[in-house]
Design a binder for this molecule. Structure first.
Ligand code: IVH
Length: 692
């Protein structure tokens, strides 16, 4: 294929994929089967591997290209991002409407009611139609530049949709800033928490926290695995080039939303237009009926003036506009007596306080337990045994104790002493934070790896469907095996005999034999299942598969973990160090020996030799100085397209340093270390030979 042909094919593939992304992620109306989509996507990335010059920043392949950063750069919003005044009361809402009318006498006011999406406010910048940057609200003036994280959100257009149609392509705004909310879908949130529970990671309390924790990640590859979405409802700034042909400026919220939709953005599910406080109240009540069916949590309604000119006239106070207000729905709450606090010990030793309550009906189900999250939360809310507590459940959120009915206190309530020992095994607990923890080091952990609760958790996880898939290895049987001292770690399962198992309560000879057979069958499972089953912190099924693709056997992985797990896709520094730590533990190595003796499969069927992964797989590059023709991003993209990695700093592990004009200390360091240093021509030669 000539370069010109490749260029044409690339453009048409990219446009086709963008169209499918839009249909799937924005409209939720997929047009083709996943398999066919994958085929298009693979053709595009193959084409880009062959012709790296074709890679554009808005290519569908570039959503997860970003490198981990050590901190976010500050981003100054073109127009400050304000927040809104809140109210829970209809009377205040009426007062707000009347006040606005007094500010704008003689005007007929049209109001828009939109769902108040419970996520994080985000600002997106498009330059000449291309997504160039995005940031959090921050203090309103300056936020964090989280562009690479935002690019992973598939419903976020990397270029404005109408650009592909000739009419508006003539004049996209030179600068466009649009505002909206990043959220996690309810379904995605539930699945994420299930996975995190299985991996021994802390669960998120609600979709909002999960979205916030995700966007805070410094490694966009992690963000890409999170089910985030974005909806747009606001305008920051808009500027056209002088003499632009179709310099469209929305004059109202209605026009803005219609325009945003045309540009390819997801906009609020439903809106209502109202003229009187009565109509507003009715619309807000209707939204309340509807919001359960939205993909996201809606914690209220936003009421805003429709006409932008009137907004201008109404103005703003120091922190909030005078033309809008947020009406918040009260979360579903119930009051009940806190009888006891139990402390559960998870697979990783994490201690979670759980409220044992008098059963009470809340949001359609009877609740008798609710999470108290952790000790800090307990203290902050001053929750005591015997208190009449308020529990809350909003949508998919785990029922939680949110407060205490102070008036009901009699003085007989007792403070809860958070245990200084593990409630299962009485070992000391400690509160050191674990690397990569998104909620901060607020969790107490049992320090005893032989803690029966931890052993049970590890065994259940090993047997679970997603891991070694051992039928029958559920909570009840595992608890008995541990209680009877028959099994102390997962290798013990392979030393059980049918008589041991048949002697347990409620176990017949037949079910005992079935279990023993299931255990035996698990010996042949693929390496990634075993890796996932070991329950290494941060090693979920996805990471386990990534490792199994990169290493032919468990022994290769153990060896590599000693020198550092660089260059494994999906494995960042936090995961790498967690894996290294795990394999450095003598007792874990002993466990591996026992599993080997038991005859478990250590070979990976997913393994692909490096050669098949791209000609630069396993190679690390550092770029420094200015190259005569290649831009830095372009050079990086070409290296990555061939499986190589680009790093920001020179070390012994660097394979090549590509140096241009005014290369400074990095070049000097490379020379001192005796590394291979390439100029642009040599670099291009290397790329050519790496492409084969
Ligand atoms: S308009 C000048 N519309 O709620 C601020 N905000 O409580 C204009 N939010 O910071 C904001 N859904 O993060 C607006 N449909 C919506 C919204 C919405 C959610 C958030 C937003 C804002 C916060 C204010």
């Amino acid at each position: 294929m000539t370069l010109a042909d490749a260029q044409r094919r690339h453009a048409s593939l990219a446009a086709e994929i963008r169209g499918h992304d839009y249909a799937y992620y924005v409209l939720a109306q997929p047009q083709i089967a996943d398999r066919d989509y994958d085929r298009l996507y693979r053709e595009l990335s193959d084409l880009e591997r062959e012709h790296p010059t074709l890679i554009t920043p808005d290519s569908p392949t570039q959503r997860v290209g970003g490198q981990p950063v050590s901190e976010f750069k500050p981003f100054t919003h073109a127009v400050p991002m304000m927040s809104l005044d809140n109210t829970y009361s209809q009377a205040e809402l009426r007062e707000f409407v009347n006040r606005t009318q007094r500010l704008l006498p003689d005007q007929s006011l049209r109001w828009v009611v939109e769902p108040k999406v419970d996520g994080l406010a985000i600002n997106l910048r498009y330059e000449n139609g291309f997504f160039t940057a995005g940031a959090t609200r921050g203090d309103g003036t300056t936020g964090d530049d989280i562009t690479a994280n935002l690019k992973t959100i598939r419903s976020l257009p990397l270029r404005l949709a109408s650009l592909e149609k000739v009419t508006i392509a003539a004049s996209p705004p030179q600068l466009l800033e649009v505002r909206g909310e990043v959220y996690m879908t309810r379904a995605g949130f539930e699945k994420l928490n299930r996975d995190r529970q299985e991996n021994g990671d802390e669960v998120f309390a609600n979709p909002r926290n999960a979205a916030a924790g995700s966007l805070k990640q410094l490694d966009p590859r992690i963000v890409a695995t999170r089910p985030l979405d974005i909806v747009l409802y606001g305008l920051g700034g808009i500027r056209y080039a002088e003499g632009a042909r179709e310099a469209f400026q929305p004059a109202s919220q209605a026009e803005l939303l219609a325009w945003l939709k045309k540009l390819g953005f997801k906009t609020p599910e439903r809106t209502w237009f109202c003229h009187t406080p009565e109509e507003l109240v009715a619309a807000i009540a209707e939204l309340d009926q509807w919001r359960g069916s939205f993909g996201y949590e809606t914690d209220g309604a936003v009421v805003k003036l429709d006409a932008f000119a009137l907004r201008q006239q109404a103005g703003a106070t120091a922190k909030a506009p005078r033309w809008a207000i947020a009406y918040k729905y009260a979360a579903e709450q119930a009051r009940t007596r806190l009888r006891q606090i139990t402390v559960q010990v998870g697979r990783t030793g994490a201690l979670t306080p759980v409220a044992e309550l008098d059963p009470v009906l809340l949001a359609g189900s009877t609740i008798s337990r609710a999470t108290l999250h952790n000790e800090d939360e307990l203290r902050r809310k001053d929750i005591r045994l015997g208190d009449l507590v308020i529990i809350e459940k909003a949508g998919e959120v785990i029922p939680a104790v949110v407060g205490v009915e102070w008036e009901a206190r009699t003085g007989c309530e007792r403070c809860f002493e958070f245990p200084k020992q593990c409630p299962e095994c009485q070992s000391p607990v400690s509160r050191t934070s674990v690397a990569g923890e998104e909620t901060g080091g607020v969790v107490w952990r049992c320090s005893n790896l032989d803690c029966p609760a931890q052993i049970r958790g590890r065994l259940e996880h090993w047997c679970s469907r997603g891991a070694m898939d051992i039928e029958g290895g559920g909570e009840v049987l595992v608890a008995q095996l541990v209680k009877q001292g028959l099994v102390k770690d997962v290798s013990g399962l392979y030393r059980l005999n049918v008589f041991d198992v048949a002697n347990l309560e409620r176990m017949g000879g037949k079910s005992a034999q079935n279990f023993i057979d299931a255990v035996a069958a698990s010996k042949g499972r693929d390496l990634w299942r075993l890796l996932f089953g070991l329950g290494i912190l941060h090693v979920g099924a996805g990471v386990a598969k990534a490792l199994a693709k990169r290493f032919a056997s468990l022994d290769d992985l153990v060896d590599a973990s000693r020198t550092g797990l660089d260059n494994v896709p999906e494995v960042g520094p936090i995961i790498a160090s967690s894996v290294a730590r795990w394999f450095a533990e003598p007792r874990n190595l002993e466990l591996i020996q026992c599993l080997r003796q038991a005859g478990l499969n250590f070979q990976s069927s997913l393994y692909k030799p490096e050669a098949a992964q791209g000609g630069l797989a396993g190679k690390t590059f550092v770029l420094t100085g200015t190259l005569p023709t290649l831009k830095r991003e372009e050079a990086s993209a070409r290296i990555e397209a061939l499986g190589g990695k680009v790093s920001g700093s020179v070390s012994k592990k660097t394979d090549y340093v590509v140096a241009g004009e005014e290369a400074g200390s990095k070049l000097a360091k490379a020379q001192a270390l005796g590394l291979a240093i390439l100029d642009e021509n040599q670099f291009l030669e290397l790329l050519k030979s790496a492409r084969g």
